[in-house]
Write a protein that binds this ligand. Structure first.
Ligand SMILES: [Zn+2]
Length: 240
C-alpha cells in the first residue's frame, strides 16, 4: 500500500491535507492495469435548490463511495486469487472539492497529484475510473473524453460487459462528455476511461445534494461493475 500525503492550497487560500491510497498487486509486473475511484465527498450540497441545505456535505453514497465499494470488493477478490498481471487500485482524494467551472485546480486534485507523482516502474496499459455507478437504474453510456482519448479501452470494457451479459447496463451508445479524474490521467499519457452514470435520481435531482444516501445505492449495480472489473483483469493477457 502506497500513501501519498500532501497539502493543497485552494484558490480561496485554505490548506487541505489530502491523501491518495494505492493498493498494488504485483508491483513489478510489466503488464499492469489501474482502477480508480474518488474517496472524498463534496463538502457542500450546492445543487440542493429546494431544501436550502447547501452548506451540508454531500453524503456521497453514490458520488464517491460506490466506486470505492467496488474497488474494495475487487481488492478482496485479488487477495483471494492473485492476478496474472499487475493491478493498481487507486483511491484519490479531492475530486469533488471546488467549483468545476471556476476553480479547476480545486477539483480532481488527487488524480492530478497521482498523475504527476506516479510510482517507479512499469506504467499501466490502461485505466478505468468508476464514479457514480451505484444507483438502482444503472445505465452506463460511453463517456465523451473516454471515447476521444481511449476508444480502444472503451471497446474492451464494453465487450467484456457484453460477454458477461451486462449489455443492458453498459449501453453501446455515446453519452455525455464529463470532466472527471480520468482526464488528469490522460494528460499524463495514461489511456484512462470513465465508467460513470451521470443520471442520478429523477431529473438527476440527487446529484450534489443531501439526497445522495445509501438507500439510493443498489448492491446489484455494484456487483455488475465489480464483475466487469474482475473479468477485465482475468482476461488481460500478460505481454510477451
Ligand atoms: Zn461529485
Amino acid at each position: 500500500m502506497v500513501v501519498q500525503a500532501w497539502n493543497h492550497v485552494t484558490a480561496r487560500g485554505d490548506t487541505l491535507p489530502l491523501r491518495n491510497f494505492l493498493a498494488r498487486f504485483q508491483p513489478a509486473a510489466p503488464t499492469r492495469v489501474l482502477f480508480l475511484a474518488h474517496w472524498d465527498t463534496r463538502p457542500m450540497s450546492d445543487n440542493d435548490t429546494y431544501r436550502g441545505d447547501k452548506a451540508r456535505p454531500v453524503p456521497g453514497a453514490n458520488d464517491g463511495a460506490s466506486g470505492v465499494a467496488v474497488l474494495l470488493g475487487m481488492a478482496d477478490a485479488l487477495k483471494a486469487r492473485a492476478p496474472g498481471i499487475g493491478v493498481d487500485l487507486l483511491f484519490v482524494d479531492g475530486e469533488d472539492f471546488g467549483d468545476f467551472a471556476k476553480e479547476p485546480n480545486d477539483v480532481l486534485i488527487g488524480s492530478r497529484h497521482y498523475a504527476r507523482n506516479q510510482p517507479e516502474g512499469p506504467r499501466p496499459q490502461w485505466a478505468v475510473l468508476f464514479d457514480m455507478i451505484g444507483d438502482r437504474d444503472l445505465q452506463v453510456k460511453q463517456e465523451g473524453n473516454s471515447l476521444l482519448a481511449a476508444g480502444d479501452v472503451v471497446k474492451r470494457v464494453w465487450d467484456v460487459a457484453k460477454l458477461l451479459g451486462y449489455d443492458s447496463v453498459f449501453v453501446n451508445k455515446p453519452g455525455l462528455t464529463i470532466t472527471d479524474d480520468h482526464v488528469e490521467l490522460q494528460k499524463a499519457g495514461i489511456k484512462a476511461i470513465d465508467v460513470v452514470d451521470f443520471d442520478y435520481g429523477p431529473g438527476h435531482a440527487w446529484w450534489h445534494t443531501p439526497e445522495d444516501t445509501l438507500g439510493k445505492v443498489s448492491d446489484r449495480s455494484l456487483q455488475v461493475i465489480g464483475d466487469v472489473g474482475m473479468a477485465l483483469i482475468r482476461l488481460q493477457k500478460p505481454q510477451p
